[in-house]
Design a protein around this ligand. Structure first.
Ligand code: BES
Ligand code: MN
Ligand code: ZN
Length: 522
């Protein structure tokens, strides 16, 4: 990840490759936002006019680059749109700043160091700029060829902007310096450190999601958790296929049995000696979802490495809670399996006996997420946590309902669903509360088992939620996040969100844990 420093230098005096300023959408054209004044001075007070000439309006996400004038130590000025200026000179919405910083950081890929002179006087704004810049300066390079003999032999002249020749224009911005902050101010320092942990953990989840399924499978995912647990002093326990069979985890085994890569259930736990509450997080970790015997048609499986995004978010959130030293216990449960068709795979019509003892008729092997989650939910409830939250790329139906950027929140408790939705809103993750209408349960009635893994097609996301509810212990507060839409960005990057794995739900889970630590929820 990019390095982060706070600096009290001004936009004109920082030595860097680029300096980022904000542009608001004013009534009479673009207006330079607070933080950009020293640059406006260097332009002789004409910066807003120069930006207008270049076509800038100050609209959110708009990026305008211009050469720095004399008297400015950076080479390049990057003006990023902030939309309408807040009323009465109040602070900007943190999410606006986060997105703007992210868009700027993305546009500066290939450069080494940039100063961010955005309006970030208060802690919330400062944190948002730090987070946005670090999240925007992300790229997944693990699978780029380490060596291309042809390219190496054809090195051209390298331009000043790093493009051309051997310059790697896709290397993320290496150093982020946030200006206007006080690096010795305790609150500013704490805000920057929290932003750094959050961004690092979101980026951890993104890396896992982006890793193709031949590089990440249940066993290697579990190994990654073990190594992070060691690094951060967490307790980890891994159930392999033998332990799963001994324990009667029929759901996880039933989904994983068609694959040459056997399933795992991972328990990762962070405890604080003064914790009053315990939060259990359960993640769907299908490292590849082919659909199984109910094979997905071509066009529906190219992105299915992303089907472990819930488990990645849970993993990252537990590590973040630990790194932040939150006064709350957080236990992560990662239900890891690869859903493949083969001679050993579960067949449509097979009946599984789940960890809870309930039997499930598997009508469609592509409805596998609810099967692995069911076992993990039942197991998580045994420890009597104050609440359980599961996170899953569960249904295409949720994408149809809410689109590609918003996750659905379902729960067996209205106040808790609201708390989860509010936590998501606070951190800038779009989400929406969804119901669990009881009448949809009868569509899952099975003639031979306790329940089928499919019901009515209409309201498919809610049907899946109702299935999960059956595996949550009576009296346990539970919420379900269906992140099928926002987990994986199939279109172009925007704001601080890259193409591919997004790290959806990590920041929401951390915020929820913070609120549980503060006694605001549960
Ligand atoms: N992993 C998919 C859901 C999904 C679809 C996630 C698209 C991300 C993008 C899930 O396992 C699935 O296949 N669900 C089925 C359920 C159906 C068979 C009842 C679906 O949504 O079509
Ligand atoms: Mn599926
Ligand atoms: Zn799936």
């Amino acid at each position: 990840m990019s390095a982060l420093t706070l600096s009290s230098s001004s936009a004109a005096t920082l030595r860097a490759d680029a300096v980022v300023i904000g542009v608001a959408k004013g009534p009479d054209g673009p207006a330079v936002a607070p933080g950009g004044e020293p640059l406006d001075q260097a332009f002789g007070g004409s910066l807003a006019g120069v930006l207008e000439t270049l076509g800038a309006s100050g609209g959110e996400g708009e990026v305008t680059k211009l050469p720095a004038p004399d008297g400015v130590k950076a080479d390049l000025v990057l003006a990023v749109g902030l939309g309408d200026a807040p009323e009465e000179d109040g602070p900007y919405d943190p999410e606006v700043l986060r997105r703007a910083a992210g868009a700027a950081a993305r546009a500066l890929a290939g450069r080494k160091k940039a100063g961010f002179a955005l309006p970030a006087g208060d802690e919330a704004s400062l944190a948002a700029v730090c987070e946005g810049a670090l999240l925007g300066a992300y790229s997944f390079t693990e699978y780029r060829g380490k060596e291309d003999k042809n390219a190496r032999n054809a090195k051209g002249k390298k331009g000043k902007d790093g493009k051309g020749g051997g310059g790697d224009k896709s290397a993320p911005l290496a150093e982020v310096t946030v200006l206007g902050a006080k690096s010795r101010d305790k609150a500013h320092k704490a805000a920057a450190e929290r932003a750094e942990v959050l961004a690092a953990e979101v980026n951890r989840a993104r890396d896992l999601v982006n890793t193709p399924s031949n590089g990440l499978f249940p066993k290697s995912f579990a190994a990654a958790v073990q190594s992070a647990a060691k690094e951060h002093g967490l307790t980890v326990e891994v159930l392999d296929e033998k332990a799963l069979a001994k324990g009667g985890y029929g759901g996880i085994l039933g989904v994983g049995q068609g694959s040459a890569n056997p399933p795992r259930l991972v328990r990762l736990s962070y405890t604080h000696s003064k914790a009053k509450k315990t939060l259990a997080l359960v993640g769907k970790g299908i490292t590849y979802d082919s659909g199984g015997i109910s094979l997905k048609p071509a066009g529906h499986n190219e992105t299915m490495k992303c089907d472990m995004s819930g488990a990645a978010a849970v993993f990252a959130a537990v590590v973040a809670a630990a790194r932040l030293g939150l006064r709350v216990n957080v236990t992560g449960w990662l239900a890891l399996a690869e859903n493949m068709p083969s001679g050993t795979a579960t067949r449509p019509g097979d009946v599984l006996t789940m960890y809870s003892g309930k039997t499930v008729e598997v009508l469609n092997t592509d409805a596998e997420g609810r099967l692995v989650l069911a076992d993990a939910l039942t197991r998580a409830c045994e420890e009597k946590p104050d609440a359980v939250v599961d996170v899953a790329t569960l249904t295409g139906a949720m994408m149809l309902a809410l689109g590609g950027r918003t996750f659905g929140v379902m729960a067996n408790d209205d106040a808790f669903r609201t708390a989860v939705h509010d936590s998501a809103t606070e951190v800038g993750e779009p989400s929406w509360p969804m119901p669990l209408p009881g009448h949809l349960r009868k569509g899952m009635d099975s003639p031979i088992a306790d329940i089928a893994n499919m019901g009515e097609r209409m309201g498919g996301g809610l049907v899946a939620g109702l299935f999960l509810k059956e595996f949550v212990a009576e009296g346990t507060t539970w919420a379900h996040l269906d992140i099928a839409g926002p987990a994986f960005n199939e279109s172009g990057p925007f704001g601080y969100t890259p193409k591919g794995g997004t790290g959806s739900a990590v920041r929401t889970l951390v915020r929820l844990a913070e609120r549980a630590a503060a006694g605001d929820v549960l």
